[in-house]
Design a protein around this ligand. Structure first.
Ligand SMILES: Cc1ncc(COP(=O)(O)O)c(C=O)c1O
Length: 343
């Protein structure tokens, strides 16, 4: 059995020795009382980076998105989002179960909405009240697509004109920043709330953050507690995120983008696989395979020592990250070519 090359997700990254040392040394306190100095430092640091007033450290990105839904919409009210959104597909039905909101999925190319897609109901008694728009940048099911800034601004303007709040699922906003050179706040400074993750490409073992204005974050703390997300001496986790941000893990995402391009270019033209290298903007590569069902191909791929995940009918997702090298990517391409030659 060949040593596997794990391209299932960037969440598989492991904390480095330096990160572990930083975690061990972190000053801590009871975050329930707002007294963990490392958590507070991270919250201030990240809120500032994102152009928001305040931050709230959270166990997961899902919790950040779900808190945002509860902040900005009441049960029975409507939330607009693109039809491929993470909130819709991968959060276990939490919007309906916990926030009690109605989701209105809007078809969009690569998950990126346009200003003219937004429509708000509620003027008439019989219409559901629309309260919130959720945007995702980079877009996971959209193959790591980045929101271009001008259309993003127009979307936010249109949402404001319709008196809608805007939440940004920025689990991988870091990648949009590194790929474009634009500041994170170019996107996140415009919205009412933003969630970012530390446990994906940045390589921390856990943690995400919701940022918004002071008042919203005070309310978000209550909702976090109600959802069972209250934490105590979690400075040890916040230290991992701080370490990543202060020790080059953010800048290193550029290498992940490069590896994703190499993977896509290496697989383009391989019989049995369809991939468009032009569409690869960050660290996610979507492959279409002719083998049916897709699970059969995935199993053969795993036997050949390459791990990916299914991503809808006939589709696979590969994600590059700091724990796979350029050599690993070249080896993955060789293994896949060999597998498909054998038929
Ligand atoms: C775009 C996006 N949003 C939210 C999440 C949820 O993060 P978590 O797995 O930490 O709950 C993910 C996780 O992969 C994601 O890709």
């Amino acid at each position: 059995m060949l040593p596997p090359i794990d391209l299932r997700s960037d969440t598989v990254t492991r904390p480095t020795a330096g990160m572990r040392r930083a975690m061990m040394r972190a000053p801590v306190g009871d975050d329930g009382f707002g007294e963990d100095p490392t958590v507070r430092r991270l919250e201030e640091y990240v809120a500032d980076l994102l152009g928001q007033e305040a931050g709230l450290f959270l166990p997961s990105g899902t919790m950040g998105n779900q808190i945002a839904l509860q902040l900005w919409a009441q049960p029975g009210e409507e939330v607009l989002l693109d039809a491929e959104a993470h909130i819709l597909h991968y959060e276990g039905g939490a919007p309906e179960r916990y926030a009690g909101v109605r989701l209105r999925p809007i078809p969009a190319v690569r998950g990126l909405l346009r200003a003219e897609d937004l429509y708000a109901g509620g003027a008439m008694d019989w219409e559901v009240r629309t309260r919130l728009v959720c945007l995702e940048n980079t877009h996971n099911r959209g193959g790591g697509a980045i929101y271009p800034l001008e259309p993003f601004k127009s979307l936010v303007d249109r949402a404001r004109a319709l008196q809608l709040r805007v939440h940004l699922d920025g689990a991988r906003l870091w990648h949009a920043h590194v790929a474009t050179g634009l500041p994170l706040s170019a996107w996140s400074g415009q919205v009412d709330s933003v969630m970012v993750s530390f446990s994906k490409g940045l390589g921390a073992p856990a943690g995400s953050m919701l940022c918004a204005n002071q008042e919203a974050i005070r309310e978000a703390r209550r909702i976090r507690k109600r959802m069972g997300g209250g934490m105590r001496q979690v400075g040890i986790l916040a230290a991992a995120a701080l370490y990543a941000l202060e020790n080059g893990h953010l800048e290193a995402l550029a290498a992940d983008h490069e590896k994703a391009r190499i993977l896509a270019e290496g697989l383009a033209g391989v019989p049995g696989i369809r991939v468009d290298p032009e569409s690869v903007e960050t660290n996610i590569v979507i492959l279409e395979v002719e083998d049916h069902p897709v699970e059969v191909f995935l199993a053969r791929l795993a036997e050949a020592g390459v791990w990916m995940v299914p991503f809808g009918p006939g589709r696979l997702r590969a994600v590059t990250h700091r724990d796979v090298s350029r050599k690993d990517i070249e080896e993955a391409i060789r293994r896949i070519r060999r597998l498909l030659r054998r038929g």
